[in-house]
Design a protein around this ligand. Structure first.
Ligand code: UGY
Ligand code: MN
Length: 250
């Protein structure tokens, strides 16, 4: 919030193929399955994305759900705080870094055991003929090793979901030490929904470098040229979604 005598300005950008949204100036939505909970709709088909991503901030004791509809799968990641999730009648406590992928045929219930900040991503699951759909997956980012990315020990990639045919999405955490970067400007058909967890740097989107920092969201649509430099002083870290492992519909 700026005082009345100050100029208004911001880094928010919405373009046909990408968006950059700082948290400042992002009003809340009310979602029917998250009664009374502060929620922000970061990505949606309204902007051109083929998925939905929410930032959800339940207070201790508040609850939410994603109902099985046979069509839409749900990924949940705990940025901060703690929740109990119930999948198929089994309860799992998740702290910061905990995550779950719940298929469209299974109900997910969430109960915050502390004030929390969650990312929730929903997309239509794309079945693959001859390949059984996966069951629920629960994990903890702290237990996922960071693999050296393309030979650069200052860039580490954690793959939270197995890169196997039953799964049609990737959720990865990238960590860049100060001064390290993606090695190229990459361009690909896959989309990204990216939440900046830590640090700051410069993101290349389409044809421009833009300053980005913790608590920014970026949507990258198909084929948007993209790259990143971490400027420090602390390591930069972001979690991002990517649609993978499927033919491209024509
Ligand atoms: O997996 C990726 O496409 C990743 N290298 N993209 C990105 O970090 N913008
Ligand atoms: Mn990419």
């Amino acid at each position: 919030m700026r005082a009345q005598h100050e100029l208004l300005h911001g880094r928010a950008r919405l373009r046909p193929r990408y968006a950059l949204f700082p948290l400042e100036g992002y009003p809340c939505s009310r979602l029917p399955h998250w009664p009374g909970v502060e929620a922000r709709v970061l990505a949606s088909p309204a902007m051109g994305a083929a998925f939905v991503e929410y930032l959800i901030e339940p207070k201790k004791g508040q609850q939410g759900a994603a109902r099985a509809d046979g069509r839409v799968e749900t990924f949940l990641f705990v940025i901060a705080g703690a929740v109990d999730i119930t999948i198929d009648g089994t309860r799992h406590p998740l702290g910061a870094g905990g995550y779950a992928l719940v298929p469209p045929t299974v109900d997910l219930a969430v109960s915050a055991t502390a004030d929390s900040r969650l990312l929730v991503l929903r997309k239509a699951y794309e079945p693959l003929a001859g390949v059984a759909a996966p069951g629920p997956l629960v994990g903890d980012a702290a237990r996922v090793p960071g693999e050296v990315y393309l030979g650069d020990t200052g860039a580490r990639l954690q793959t939270l979901i197995p890169d196997e045919l039953p799964y049609d999405l990737a959720m990865n955490i990238f960590t860049f030490e100060t001064g390290h970067s993606l090695p190229v400007v990459e361009t690909h058909v896959m989309e990204h929904g990216l939440w900046f967890l830590q640090g700051k740097g410069l993101y290349y989107l389409d044809d421009s470098w833009m300053e980005v920092e913790r608590n920014d969201f970026i949507w990258m649509g198909p084929y948007v040229p993209q790259s990143f430099y971490a400027t420090g002083p602390v390591a930069s870290k972001y979690i991002y979604y990517k649609n993978v492992n499927r033919e491209i519909p024509v």
